[in-house]
Design a binder for this molecule. Structure first.
Ligand code: DO4
Ligand code: MG
Length: 274
């Protein structure tokens, strides 16, 4: 079942059955077993009109958004190339195979852009890309309880100048998007789950690419273990799991582009760039 946050509250959907919840996402994260709780609520569901896309909000409450990096070979190669003149290439190579993963803070919840919202470009960046990523919803006890689509917008020229500039390349206004809804499940996603992206400019697709979660280097649980080590998340947290799709080096996003990210079983996150 998919959980949407709308202007009218949280809506749970399974097929054409929908149920509007009184709880918030923070409240759901307090449940001992959120899947049992939602399954019980779903018993009261009825057939309803499809959710109006204009009413969708970013599916987040008080959760911080964190991100993992260099979890796919494609990302390792891209970072090594962009930072080679600055001597950073070695860092990315080493973190790919190190025991400890790269984890970084991405966004406060109120800064997250929802479905249809405009994602931003840094005014001082010359090379900007979207990063299509599977996002985990992790409860306060460290259990993965859901999955959504994330866009880890990044300024590649800034992160390439010096690895210490990573927070500036990654955290700025409208640099993180999530949505459209959260697939709430206890089951691990099938390995063949595809993450696909299309970037449109003036009515044409100027970049498309895809990967599958089978290509990720580390188990999700390993990323969660490191994130939750010596850190408490009272309402749980979201974790972007890294990108496996990187446009060619000649490509940079422009204002007016549209980014569409699709993940099997979850849906499509569409954001204009502004
Ligand atoms: O190390 C830089 C960022 C990596 C990242 O965001 C990714 O691999 O998705
Ligand atoms: Mg990323």
């Amino acid at each position: 079942m998919i959980l949407y946050r709308t202007t009218e509250g949280l809506v749970l959907q399974e097929g054409d059955q929908r149920f509007t919840l009184e709880e918030t996402l923070d409240g759901l994260m307090m449940q001992a077993d959120v899947h049992d709780f939602l399954a019980e609520k779903m018993q009261g569901a009825g057939t309803a009109r499809p959710i109006d896309a204009a009413k969708l909000l970013a599916p987040i409450g008080s959760q911080e958004v964190w991100a993992a990096g260099v979890t796919y070979l494609r990302s390792r190669a891209a970072r090594m190339a962009e930072s080679k003149d600055a001597g950073g290439g070695d860092f990315y190579d080493r973190v790919y195979s190190a025991e400890r993963p790269e984890l970084f803070f991405k966004s406060l919840p109120h800064k997250v852009v929802g479905p249809g919202g405009t994602v931003g470009l840094r005014s001082d960046a010359t090379w900007s890309v979207p990063e299509p990523e599977l996002a985990l919803l992790i409860d306060p006890r460290g259990k993965i309880v859901g999955y959504t689509i994330g866009n880890d917008m990044s300024s590649r020229d800034i992160e390439g100048q010096n690895p210490l500039y990573l927070p500036q390349a990654k955290v700025y206004n409208r640099s993180c998007a999530l949505g459209p809804g959260i697939l709430m499940t206890n089951e691990p996603l099938p390995k063949e789950t595809r993450i696909a992206i299309e970037i449109e400019r003036g009515g044409s697709v100027v970049f498309s690419g895809e990967t599958s979660i089978a290509q990720i280097k580390r188990p999700f649980e390993e990323l969660v273990t490191y994130l939750y080590r010596d850190q408490t998340f009272a309402f749980g947290t979201f974790l972007l799991t890294g990108t496996g799709v990187v446009p060619p080096d000649s490509f940079t996003l422009e204002k007016g582009d549209t980014v569409r990210i699709r993940i099997d079983g979850i849906g499509e996150l569409m954001n204009p760039v502004g």
